[in-house]
Ligand binder design. Structure first.
Ligand code: 4AD
Ligand code: MG
Length: 466
């Protein structure tokens, strides 16, 4: 086992003259007269360890197996690299090949693969430069998310994956059943009888842990849940996944302003963490994927977010239209903001993250607190350049009667929400929370263009390979 201290990332920091044993996979290999160069990587750092093999230093049949993709143990000594500014390289004395990789079929060759091709080899792409950087950043981001909430005393809770209520009320859920689809039990009028299904009623994969997080916020005050969520939307945009990770804080005795401030502080904290702890990987993204990544993140980490009500957003979009801007989706009070609108506001008008609040109640979920005007709710969306919506949140409706009416109004089944309504009967309190999509955040910090390329194995309509 390779313990901390012996990874390639650690070896690269050791001085010339140190005897070492390195383990990893061959990224590339170059042979010239009397000398061979092997780039070895074990995932611990963006930079490879350069292994130099002098002719005759290891048996030719061993060297023959050390081709791109093979897994090796190399022992030898670190020597000063002739290239200025470069870390020491490893002069090999012995090589052990754990597993060869047939060069004519190994799909991950040196360079120039498209993202689409790499998606088809998701079982191997983690060994590439780009995906090595992606998944190290994802780890740093996840750790920073926990740290942010733990440092502030938020209780980490594990909300269920299987649920019988639809949190967003949008009906985009995957059903979970053990019924035999070829032989469904039906009643006299042909409806499926769920009494014999596993949970004795229709069950689904959760779209959000919020409703259960609220239960815990109304006992532990400040909580968060961080886990996988599922949406059966037939959407094939570069920003949508059928399975994605969401972090959802929920705070009792908090209103929308508290929620907005927490979201801003949270985003700045995790951005700063990535800048500090994944600087080598971010430098790569800035150089090869999007040259605005670093300047954007540095700017966002230090400047105040903009805040506008929905009505003001509509006004700005209409003004743009009056000045000749063409919108694909019509803009009028009551219409939902589309990606083109979100990006216009954040990329062109404000050039920084924008928090839009107080949306019309018709376009938002049933649980959001109704404003005194009766037509808007205490919702907030945080929009960022390139991505659009990255966070969705709200102050929750804490008044029993109002919430019950909203559930009815939206055509939802009141009985399904009996325990959620109960929270409003026993010790109800103002509370608020939000959800950040981890993959949207990943796209933002890495500059990666497609959400399928920032999650280990993407689930999208028609595709759940691996
Ligand atoms: O705006 P959404 O739907 O909000 C909720 O689910 C609330 N229950 C959260 C809460 O208040 N606790 O989703 C929250 C975020 C979005 O802003 C977006 O970043 C991400 O989740 N998201 C998706 N990411 C990838 N693929 C999808 N299909 C996504 N749908 C939402
Ligand atoms: Mg949303």
């Amino acid at each position: 086992m390779i313990l901390k201290g012996n990874t390639i990332g650690d070896i690269l920091k050791k001085p010339a003259g140190t005897p070492v044993e390195a383990h990893g996979w061959v990224k590339t290999r170059r042979d010239s007269k009397g000398i061979h160069f092997i780039q070895l990587n074990d995932g611990s750092s963006f930079t490879d360890l350069q292994v130099v093999v002098d002719e005759g230093a290891v048996p030719p049949e061993v060297l023959a197996g050390a081709t791109t993709g093979a897994s090796l143990r190399v022992s030898g000594e670190l020597v000063e690299s002739p290239a200025a500014g470069q870390a020491a390289e490893l002069r090999a004395r012995a090589i052990h090949v754990y597993g060869t990789a047939e060069p004519t079929t190994y799909p991950l060759q040196k360079k120039g693969h498209t993202m689409e091709f790499l998606r088809q080899i998701a079982h191997l792409r983690a060994r590439s430069n780009t995906f090595g950087a992606v998944f190290r950043v994802r780890n740093v981001l996840s750790n920073a998310i926990h740290r942010f909430f733990q440092e502030r005393g938020f209780l980490y809770i594990h909300t269920p994956i299987i649920t019988t209520s639809d949190c967003e009320g949008a009906g985009a859920m995957f059903q979970v059943t053990t019924l035999d689809l070829m032989n469904l039990p039906r009643n006299e009028v042909g409806q499926v009888e769920y009494a014999s299904d596993f949970f004795a009623k229709p069950a689904y994969l959760t779209v959000s842990g919020q409703l259960e997080a609220e239960v815990f916020a109304l006992a532990f005050t400040n909580v968060y849940t961080f886990g996988p969520t599922f949406r059966a939307e037939l959407s094939t945009t570069p920003r949508h996944l059928a399975e994605f990770w969401m972090v959802e804080p929920e705070m009792a005795f908090a209103d929308l302003d508290d929620d907005r401030r927490l979201a801003e502080e949270f985003l700045k904290y995790i951005i700063t963490a990535v800048l500090d702890e994944a600087s080598e990987d971010l430098a790569f993204f800035n150089k090869r994927i999007d040259d605005t990544v670093l300047s954007t993140l540095e700017h966002v980490a230090t400047s105040a977010f903009e805040h506008i009500p929905y009505s003001e957003a509509i006004h700005l979009l209409q003004k743009a239209q009056d000045q000749g801007r063409q919108w694909e989706f019509p803009v009028h009070w009551g219409a939902d903001l589309q990606s083109e609108h979100e990006r216009y506001l954040t990329e062109e008008v404000f050039k920084k993250p924008v928090v839009v609040t107080d949306y019309p109640k018709e376009i938002k979920a049933f649980y959001m607190r109704v404003n005194d005007d009766g037509r808007t709710v205490r919702a907030m969306d945080v929009l960022v350049p390139r991505i659009g919506e990255i966070i969705g949140g709200s102050q929750r409706e804490e008044r029993y009667d109002v919430l019950r009416d909203r559930i009815r109004e939206q055509g939802l089944n009141e009985e399904d929400y009996w325990w959620y309504l109960d929270l409003r009967r026993y010790g109800s309190a103002p509370h608020a929370g939000f959800g950040l999509g981890l993959e949207r955040m990943m796209m933002y910090v890495t500059g990666m263009k497609n959400i399928r390329d920032v999650i280990p194995f993407a689930r999208t309509p028609g595709d759940a390979e691996f």
